[in-house]
Ligand binder design. Structure first.
Ligand code: AQP
Length: 341
């Protein structure tokens, strides 16, 4: 059976980009078709300047939203990354396979490092090595598919490269994974700046729709979205990025096709209004379920505890095998290994 792994990073409140690019498919398709694991990747949230209490709060909120979005613990495994030691254990071994040049080529590293420097902060070493930890997240579970938005494709490619390199050098230990992205809305753009991705840790609130935004806040943000000069409603990502973003959001919310949808509109105002309502309706059940789950924190904690136990049991044999393959002495096996050095 296909094994799927993916995660969300608690660096901010989850956004419509996270939902349309990733979470929507996890709940609607992946958990039904595959042996699937979904994770709050909290160690990744420590790669940038962070407030410990906020990371804890956001981790709990992200886990609750994963369940509110429809993930069913009877069908898939939902857990928190730091509850399973195998991620960090494997990450170090993969750092011994990855190269410095590979890390410095990562687009997210370049963008986030530049942003930290502009803010006057220092760039943490873990920001550079974070894609290796992400590779460990994926490879520890033998995942063959990684459903992500477009921004994470490069990191999944790195995980592939590391798996292939490790297998060739030290013997087969890892399944080689591949990224899968949605047909539309693989890269939802900021409503105020259609040249930039809608990112949860960005500073520009008005351009970002958060999953827990009240309906009127969603409406206001979508109605104020920056569009392009021109009057005709056409779908052209390069020439009309603001309009294309709205058409993609509407298509992803309603299951339509952005190009076909463009033909149904003669004004930007009508398109914005329908897009706003589609987003409100999409988020309504998620917000309702989130409210219910918040009233029952014991349930969420139980799901995460069981999830971590299952995840540990799945990851352990693969990580142990990788440790042996790369040359580390198994614990308690010293007496069995002849000294021939
Ligand atoms: N704007 C987006 N459009 C489509 N997919 C997106 N994803 C994120 N933003 C968009 C996808 O959501 C999943 C979880 O993302 P993440 O938590 O790993 O964070 P990220 O990819 O680094 O992007 P964010 O949410 O903007 O976080 P920050 O601001 O901290 O970098 C992934 O599958 C991602 O592709």
């Amino acid at each position: 059976m296909t094994r799927v792994f993916s995660g969300v990073k608690p660096t901010g409140h989850l956004t419509l980009g996270n939902y349309l690019g990733a979470m929507q498919r996890w709940a609607a398709a992946d958990q039904h078709q595959a042996d699937a694991l979904f994770c709050v990747v909290d160690l990744h949230a420590l790669t940038v300047d962070h407030d410990p209490a906020r990371v804890r709060r956001l981790s709990r909120q992200a886990a609750t939203l994963l369940l509110a979005s429809g993930l069913d613990p009877e069908l898939c495994t939902v857990f928190v990354q730091s509850h399973v030691d195998e991620h960090a254990r494997l990450s170090y071994v993969l750092e011994c396979v990855a190269t410095d040049g590979e890390m410095r080529r990562m687009i997210q590293y370049k963008e986030k490092a530049a942003r930290e420097r502009v803010r006057g902060g220092s760039v943490r070493l873990s920001l550079l090595t974070y894609p290796v930890l992400m590779a460990a997240d994926i490879l520890a579970y033998g995942a063959d598919q990684v459903p992500v938005g477009e921004d994470q494709r490069q990191h999944v490619e790195l995980a592939r490269d590391l798996a292939v390199r490790f297998n060739q050098r030290y013997g087969h230990a890892f399944v080689v994974p591949r990224a899968t992205a949605p047909q539309v809305a693989a890269r939802v753009m900021n409503l105020q700046d259609p040249a930039s991705k809608m990112g949860k840790s960005d500073d520009s609130g008005p351009g970002i729709v958060y999953l827990l935004d009240e309906p009127d806040v969603v409406r206001k943000k979508v109605m104020r979205a920056v569009t392009d000069s021109g009057r005709e409603v056409v779908y052209d990502r390069d020439a009309r990025p603001g309009l294309a973003n709205l058409l993609e959001i509407l298509a992803a919310c309603t299951g339509g096709n952005p190009s076909e949808l463009s033909g149904a509109y003669t004004s930007y105002g009508a398109l914005k209004k329908d897009t706003a309502e589609a987003v409100v309706e999409l988020l309504r059940p998620v917000q309702d379920r989130h409210r219910e789950l918040c009233a029952d924190p014991g349930y969420v904690e139980g799901v995460l505890r069981d999830g971590a136990r299952k995840a540990r049991a799945m990851a352990r044999p693969t990580v142990d095998a990788a440790y042996r393959a790369i040359g580390l002495l198994p614990a308690g096996a010293g007496a069995e290994v002849p000294v021939t050095v």
